[in-house]
Design a protein around this ligand. Structure first.
Ligand code: HSE
Length: 348
């Protein structure tokens, strides 16, 4: 059976969830024809740990937050990301660190180092894909490696690969989606009578919101996801800051109640479409949708994307857009895609 050696860059919620899956469910991977061995972990809090014969995941998952890898065989108190990524024993780099929406760092450097040194990358980070997708896709191609990022939009719900694979043969003219679970949850709770601030506090408690919820409420999280959908699926070359963006910060309880009385629901909509001249334009804005709109019934923290196709019209996919295990599954689906590529030479 094939063994893939992984380096987990960042050991927060998502990569810990992946480590739990590898520890608890080896049969899931065996049935796919491969096994996963974690040979390196780096993290700002823990430092770095490199063991080419495979790290004991049960032991590291049991370490409390605040502990250090220092003192373990192959351990260091420093993250040593560059050294581990470039010279470590992994063949797949699993990038799940913090990323700045302004310059994509430090994630974009991690991805560049990995691809340039001939390693495949799977990531859930939006920043590198939204800001440098073209460059990183090209870098992967030049180095004969894969750059896979299914989890950058709608976490484990496979919208990117689904569109590329299952909508092949259709002309895709636009995408329209509810791409932020926090804002959708907040709007739903406002329909039930909560004020905006109360609903945001609740979304934070439930763990849907980004570390800084202004990215969720102000629309910049959706802006990055729309850039990814437009560039990766519609062939655009949009920078996120070229996407006209307005969040839900000015939606009041009165707006919500008024819309409900008219049979409408406020939603934060991210969209991109091809105009008659072939140009792709995109936007993020709140909209009061009529009840029969394909996205009007999407409630809670659920996300959805509606693909505008020539033969089928609207094809709509809904599913989770956040959550640690849901996002870890996106990494699994990326590793499956790499395995299929390696074994069959096909891109899926
Ligand atoms: N904070 C995001 C959301 C999750 O609420 O949808 C990851 O993008």
């Amino acid at each position: 059976m094939t063994t893939y050696n992984l380096a987990l860059i960042g050991f927060g919620g998502v990569n810990r969830a992946l480590a739990e899956l590898i520890r608890d469910e080896p049969h899931r991977f065996a049935s796919l024809g491969f096994e996963l061995r974690v040979v390196a972990i780096t993290d700002l809090a823990f430092g770095s740990l490199v063991q080419a014969d495979g790290i004991d995941l049960a032991a590291v998952l049991a370490m409390p937050r605040g502990a250090s890898f220092e003192g373990l065989r192959g351990g260091s108190p420093e993250p040593r990301n560059e050294e581990v990524i470039k010279n470590g024993p992994a063949d797949i780099i699993v990038e799940a660190t913090f990323t700045s929406p302004i310059d994509g760092e430090p994630a974009v450097s991690h991805v560049r180092w990995a691809l340039a040194s001939g390693k495949h990358v799977v990531t859930t980070n939006k920043g590198p894909v939204a800001l440098y997708g073209q460059e990183l896709n090209a870098l992967a191609g030049e180095n004969g490696t894969r750059f896979e990022f299914e989890g950058s939009v709608m976490s484990g719900t496979p919208v990117l690969r689904l569109a590329r694979k299952m909508l092949k043969g259709l002309e895709l003219n636009g995408v329209q989606g509810i791409l932020n679970g926090t804002s959708n949850y907040v709007l739903g709770r406002m329909e039930e009578g909560l004020r905006l601030e109360e609903a945001i506090a609740e979304a934070q408690e439930r763990g849907y919101a980004e570390a800084d919820p202004t990215a969720d409420i102000g629309g910049s999280d959706v802006q990055l996801k729309v850039a990814i959908l437009a560039n990766e699926l519609l062939g655009a070359s949009l920078r996120p800051d070229e996407i006209d963006t307005k969040g839900i910060q000015d939606i009041t309880s009165d707006h919500v109640a008024q819309a409900l009385a008219n049979g409408q629901r406020w939603k934060l909509i991210g969209e991109a479409g091809r105009g008659k001249d072939g140009r792709i334009t995109a936007s993020v804005r709140p909209a009061a949708l009529p009840a029969d709109h394909p996205l009007a019934g999407i409630s809670g923290a659920t996300n959805a994307v509606s693909f505008n196709t020539d033969i089928l019209g609207a094809v709509t996919v809904s599913g989770p857009g956040a959550g640690r295990m849901e996002t870890a599954y996106a990494l699994v689906s990326d590793i499956i895609a790499i395995d299929e590529y390696i074994k069959g030479g096909v891109r899926v």
